[in-house]
Design a protein around this ligand. Structure first.
Ligand code: P6P
Length: 335
């Protein structure tokens, strides 16, 4: 049950505690919440209004875009461009940054997002999500360029996601812990249902796309083989495995019951440092996971300390229950 606190009330009360709060951040967060409600409705009705399936276009990653990738990207830009809180936006679905149209005032924040992560699941009705990250626009920069977005994850002021699953949930952090809200479809409001979310430091559940095993680096292969060896193996315990192919769903499960999620560097495409993108997937999820007491690493360094060199840069991702992430990191050091 819940005490009926809406996300709007929660954000305002949290900002009230900050003497520096100008209300701009609260207003920005509310626009993002509105965009997530609209996307939830589109995703929910997708099959009914014929917007599932592939669009005719590709994104900068060379991946075929789903109709809903484009629709949800437009929802995010249109819901957030007019309010005067943002200096610019960037998204997985747009090659370059999205400047604020000149008819609107600009604000002090940068918003970067993946409007529909896991969209390959949309046609088979498996959970998908939206991931977003808010940073400050560098002081004195009137017209930000892509360079201004290349800030390490430690500079984020907010990381969050919406999960479009059996229920629609919003999970976010502004640096004071992690809180989860469930959308009450009857009143169209996100209600606080998961205050102070924390990740157990230990787990016996790992998530990885095992079809890539032959491409993994030795430390990851060693870790997974030890999990698979179970009670008779070096870990002396049996492990469970999950793979939803939707990062938001995996991270949410880990926030609720612990776990370790890995999309490691592999030799399948040596030119790629990993599959997941740093700015709008790994960094916001890392802020959330660390704020919930978990850990996030590339295997070789803390994800939030990686200095980005491109809007769409990819990184290896190993995140979740602290003690398991630290074990995988130690295997990288041994290698
Ligand atoms: P694979 C979705 O496309 C995504 O970016 C993440 O949400 C997910 O964890 C991963 O890729 C799934 O990748 O190779 O299993 O399809």
């Amino acid at each position: 049950m819940h005490n009926g606190t809406s996300v709007t009330q929660f954000i305002i009360e949290e900002q009230r505690g900050l003497s520096t709060a100008s209300g701009e951040f609260t207003s920005l967060l509310n626009d993002i919440v509105t965009a997530c409600k609209v996307i939830s409705n589109e995703v929910n009705r997708g099959n009914l209004i014929g917007i599932l399936g592939a669009a005719e276009s590709e994104n900068i990653q060379g991946e075929t875009q789903k109709e809903l990738d484009i629709i949800t990207n437009d929802i995010f830009t249109q819901t957030n461009e007019w309010s005067g809180n943002l200096a610019a936006m960037a998204s997985e679905e747009m090659d370059d940054i999205y400047p604020i149209p000149k008819q609107y005032p600009k604000g002090k924040y940068l918003l970067v997002f993946d409007p529909l992560d896991g969209s390959s699941n949309i046609d088979v009705n498996i959970s998908v999500g939206t991931i977003f990250s808010i940073m400050r626009c560098p002081e004195g920069v009137e017209n930000p360029t892509a360079e201004d977005f290349l800030q390490p994850g430690t500079e984020q002021v907010c990381g969050g996601y919406a999960l479009y699953g059996p229920s629609t949930m919003l999970v976010l952090t502004t640096g004071n812990g992690v809180n989860g809200f469930t959308l009450d479809q009857n009143i169209g409001e996100f209600i606080l249902t998961n205050p102070n979310m924390t990740i157990p430091e230990d787990t016996r559940e790992f998530a990885i796309n095992a079809s890539n095993m032959r491409f993994w680096e030795e430390p990851v292969r060693r870790y997974v083989e030890e999990c698979l060896a179970g009670k008779e193996g070096p870990r002396g315990e049996n492990f469970n495995m999950r793979w939803v192919a939707s990062m938001v769903a995996e991270v949410h499960r880990i926030l609720i019951r612990g776990g370790i999620f890995m999309y490691p560097k592999d030799s399948k495409d040596p030119a790629k440092a990993g599959k997941l993108r740093l700015l709008y997937e790994a960094n916001p999820m890392s802020m959330i996971v660390e704020q919930a007491g978990g850990a996030c690493s590339t295997g070789r360094e803390r994800i939030m300390e990686v200095k980005p060199d491109g809007l769409h840069q990819r990184v290896p991702v190993i995140l979740g229950s602290k003690n398991e992430v630290e074990r995988v990191v130690s295997y990288h050091k041994d290698a």
